[in-house]
Write a protein that binds this ligand. Structure first.
Ligand SMILES: *[C@@H]1O[C@H](CO)[C@@H](O)[C@H](O)[C@H]1NC(C)=O
Ligand SMILES: *[C@@H]1O[C@H](CO)[C@@H](O)[C@H](O)[C@H]1NC(C)=O
Ligand SMILES: *[C@@H]1O[C@H](CO)[C@@H](O)[C@H](O)[C@H]1NC(C)=O
Length: 444
């Protein structure tokens, strides 16, 4: 009750200050004595305590209702209310990437603690979104990918619009690991801004527009660049230059204004170095996930198939690259990779029609053996955990629909369903009396 009283008083004081002729003289004195609780902004709980005890966001929501243009251009309008008679707002750059936005960091400069935390939040948002934007447009990560080598090792791939979805998922995976949260929960803070940008691109036509069918590099750069445009619109809209209700809002507060609901998120004010370090860690991991997914796409293009061999037992499943894994409902198979011989026509998109002698023998068959150095490339060159890779391929085949789904994961929550989506088949080998062994596909 006391807090609410102070709040309303604060709102009234600031509102009357908007009309300098009515401003009580005491207001100026009150301003110079403002002190702010020394909160702990190194954790989201600490930030939440600051926002709760100061009532900053409740105040913002009330003030937005009192400004003549409402949320439109609110940062400047609110500044003029908080600093009456001090000319035009120095914060006109707060909505733009690359512009200056330096709200005073001295609590005593403000007429209330509430105003102090609101403007600190604006400055922090500006700074964080600028870093996220720069990093999204930074192509250094792309230069680190072995795109030409992947083509040599497996096959060249042609980008298409489904790429926007897995690029977005590659970032969510990286962000989940960096922040230690489960992927089905929204990622927040700087990691969350980038994830929201990539999700937006994956769900809109922008994803399709970014595709350059002739270039893997251009497509990756375009998709991540389009996410950069989205994060700059987060900054614009949150500072009064767009639709605040379209912002990525993860709080469940009931404030009237989208802007207040957005700023109620305790990750905005959280210590910048800390937020930045999880973001940078996620970004490094992102490139690694992209590279692995490109390998998965290239292997699919080259017709590698993960075979779950029937009529086997665990003690017989000891070949290089083979794993004894659950196929479904407690049924296990010996899984390994196989590949059609080059001269067989398997390019109708359906591996189940490439039956009989179309498949090279992975382990036996002296004349027709698959090159098992593929496993060394996957593990040593590209860093795959083969068991985790097979497990997610099997899950996608049995439970997914070929579309990446970040709300369901395999491998301890680390890989979204169908992030990897290479071919998987069940089958058994038989001898047709020639020198070839033949793989007969069946269903699981
Ligand atoms: C920003 O607002 C515009 C409309 O003004 C809207 O089209 C866009 O989706 C919004 N972006 C965000 C991140 O809220
Ligand atoms: C955040 O990370 C970026 C990119 O690595 C770096 O340029 C910037 O200085 C970092 N900011 C802080 C506050 O650590
Ligand atoms: C397991 O399979 C191997 C090879 O197929 C076979 O030699 C062995 O007898 C089998 N063992 C059991 C316990 O069935």
């Amino acid at each position: 009750m006391l807090k609410l009283g102070i709040l309303i008083l604060g709102a009234l004081a600031a509102t009357s200050a908007a009309h300098p002729q009515n401003a009580p003289a005491a207001h100026v004195n009150a301003r110079s004595t403002t002190t702010c609780s020394a909160g702990d902004s190194s954790t989201t709980d600490g930030v939440q305590a600051i926002l709760d005890s100061s009532g900053a966001i409740d105040w913002l929501d009330i003030m937005l209702g009192s400004l003549s243009n409402g949320e439109s251009d609110w940062v400047d309008s609110l500044w003029e209310v908080v600093f009456p008679g001090e000319g035009t707002s120095p914060l006109t750059g707060c909505g733009d990437i690359g512009s200056d936005c330096d709200p005073s960091s001295m609590c005593s400069a403000y007429s209330s603690e509430m105003a102090y935390w609101v403007f600190r939040s604006v400055g922090m948002l500006h700074s964080k979104v600028n870093v996220v934007h720069d990093k999204l447009l930074w192509t250094g990560w792309l230069a680190g990918l072995s795109i030409d080598q992947i083509s040599k090792d497996f096959s060249s791939v042609s980008p298409d619009q489904t790429w926007a979805k897995w690029i977005s998922a590659a970032f969510s995976m990286a962000g989940g690991i960096a922040t230690g949260i489960d992927l089905s929960k929204p990622l927040r803070g700087m990691v969350g801004f980038a994830a929201a940008g990539l999700t937006d691109v994956s769900m809109t036509n922008t994803g399709g527009d970014s595709v350059d069918a002739t270039s893997v590099e251009n497509t990756l750069k375009n998709i991540v660049g389009a996410a950069g445009n989205y994060v700059s619109s987060i900054l614009q809209n949150a500072t009064g230059n767009g639709d605040s209700t379209a912002l990525p809002i993860y709080t469940t507060t009931t404030y009237e204004h989208g802007t207040a609901r957005f700023f109620a998120d305790s990750t905005i004010l959280v210590d910048e170095n800390k937020d930045n370090s999880s973001f940078v860690a996620a970004y490094d991991n992102f490139a690694d996930n992209i590279e692995k997914k490109l390998v998965d796409v290239a292997m699919k293009t080259a017709w590698y198939v993960l075979v779950g061999e029937e009529n086997t037992n665990e003690s017989g499943c000891t070949m290089t690259g083979a794993y004894w894994l659950e196929a479904k409902d407690g049924e296990y198979r010996c899984f390994y990779l196989s590949r059609p011989a080059n001269d067989h026509n398997c390019n109708d998109g359906n591996p189940s029609t490439c039956v009989s002698d179309a498949w090279q023998t992975p382990y036996g068959g002296a004349n027709n053996q698959m090159d098992s150095s593929v496993y060394t490339k996957l593990t040593d060159t590209y860093g795959f955990d083969m068991k985790a890779y097979y497990t997610s391929l099997i899950d996608c085949y049995l439970n997914g629909n070929d579309e990446v789904d970040v709300t369901v994961t395999t491998n301890n929550g680390q890989i979204p369903r169908c992030f990897y989506s290479g071919y998987v088949r069940s089958g058994y080998w038989y001898d047709d009396g020639t020198q070839l062994s033949n793989l007969w596909f069946t269903d699981f």
